[in-house]
Design a protein around this ligand. Sequence first.
Ligand code: DGJ
Length: 738
Amino acid sequence: MAIFFNEETKMFYLEGKNISYIFGINFTGFPEHYYFGTRIGRDELAYTYEANIGDSAESAIPGQVHAGGKSYNVYRSEFSMYGNGEFRDCSFQMLFANGSRLNEFLYETHEILQEKPAIPGMPSMRGGQTLVLTLKDKNSEMRVRLFYTVYDDADVVCRHMEVENGTSEAVKLLRAYSFALDVYGAEHDLLTLENAWAREERPERTPLAHGTFCIDEKSASSTRRHAPAFALLDKDTTEHSGNALGVSLIYSSSFALKAQVSTKGYTRLTGGINDFDFAWVLGAGETFATPEVVLAYSDEGIGGMSRAYHDAYRKYLVNPRFASAPRPVVINSWEAVYFGCTPDRLLPIIDAVRGTGIDTFVLDDGWFGARRNDRAGLGDWVVSPEVFPEGLKPVIDYVHEAGMKFGIWFEPEMVNPDSDLYRAHPDWAIAVPGAEPCVSRRQLVLDITRADVRDYIVESVSKILRENEIDYVKWDFNRALTENFSCALPAEKQQEMHHRYALGLYDLCERLIGGFPHIFFEGCAGGGGRFDPAILYYFPQIWASDDTDAYMRTQIQHGTSIFFPLSAISCHTSICPNHQTNRTIPFKTRADIAHLGATGYELDTTKITPEEIEEVKTQVADYHEMEALVLDGDLYRLENTFDSNYFAMQLVSKDKKRAHITAMRALCRPNDEHKRIFPRGLDKNAVYEVVNEEYGLRLRLTGAAIMRVGLVLPLRTADNKMPGDFKTFVFKLTKVKG
Ligand code: DGJ
């Protein structure tokens, strides 16, 4: 059992594996937050009120609440509404038909559910035990229900909210965030992830000052500028120690996440659907559900928080059929031939990797309609007779005969103005009538808030999937939304569009991914433009970046791994000089770094040497050896190239019997420092065999020695040459005693 309620004190205790989340109903009937952190007992925590006594207008002294001033500004809120003395950033704001925005939601009832209800139309975590707390507006029949889910074996609390209009008139929701949480203390740092094409998920650590710090997206695409996640850190929190409180939103459209330091010494965390240019008309009797947010806590620093997310997402978010299953090792056609994917160019690429262990060929963009470049054809999901005169079958048969599976690319949500689809249905593309739409990558976005548009997409994509033996789909999404407008919505509902886009996307995913359960779907958005937990719910792995340069990848994969397990991060070995950076990095390093995720290849395999093809065989075999750790292991980020000349990631099996470390020295310097890395998470009393095959190194050391004394990164190559730039060192650890 994970949720306890004390009838007498009205305190709720939500307990995870190592965490407690405690709140109670205060003397006004309002849910107040008391604690979220390392697991503690079920103490009565209302004694902390003393600290709250403020000036009379903001007092929280019992008895004074409605005599002379209301006190919501000093409450540690679980839910926060506008008005009633609340002057901080609230989590909820609505507009009644008479123009009033005032409401006061107080405790009505609660229930504890053993089965987690799904959120209508939206992906969410599964399992756990759920508390549903119902609050009712004092002056109307409006209700909000706050949902909390906790797990015996995870360190996360999932939250979302439902608003029910029990009045006889429509109301307008102006803001409906997923959660609010007032954390003790005004001295924190905030860790966020800044995004741009080809350099996604760059961590930034910002000291919070009084006022509100906000990250947001207005593009109906979750991760173009910021990942929909952040972490609140103590000043002394590091990668490996200290308090880290994570917030990660299961949502793929425009979002806002905020941290506000108040004058009373608390830091409010809140957010959800971006309320900028948002309003939702909630008719009488209707209910609105917000997306779910996953809060994680660890006292083992940022790394501990990451492991809490990795465990929770692998267990309760990713499709269980794929979560721990070996992933396809692909050869993708994009960087090999770009739009020139003719059979005469593809078949030799397939031939070259026969017998290497690469098990899936993916035909990327360019196979359909008039899509010979990015100017035409998007939306026309018919095999191009010009490129494949006999259809896809001969190529698919060729791939299957080579012992591989066949994958194919779609960008279901998009259309080129130069396409049969657009010519037939110009009104299906998002645009404001009378205004020229904003074109990006020469394409427009289809209005998937419309059922007829979604039906077309499902039917035309399904036809290809039904008529061909397809094992794998890459679902791309290459531009942001610029107009918040749908021709199918009445004027008063136009500001619902970006949320409706997310609902349309999830409906498409349910129907297409759910309709073809044997097919493995990978998510993609011009690289990592939509890398969020909602996408992970449908797509067990997501293309992290169009940047395949291994040095850049050490940074992108480091940042992405803060909230996502390595199994979610799709990574490819590509050709050099690299197409994004023009940098040359050794082939082995490229593969070693790509192996720290769902690995694959993306290059013209006819242009590499026979020796390199032989190397691919070894690389794929090496990957399979470490694959269980990538899928289910504990991740430790030991070094990163933002902070130093070195990179190191370590994976440890749950039973601590095996570990894998990939380290890299970025720039080679003559007479360089003697460099050690310090692994973590091992059994300190056990003896491990430490192997570095390249250097013929074989050591027997205790876990304690490995972690305290460290492992040495050689200064020269195995044949005693200077190693050059971007040299990786791989250590495999196996417990042999203890
Ligand atoms: C962007 C993706 O990130 C690439 O991998 C590739 O699929 C192209 N789109 C194709 O247009």
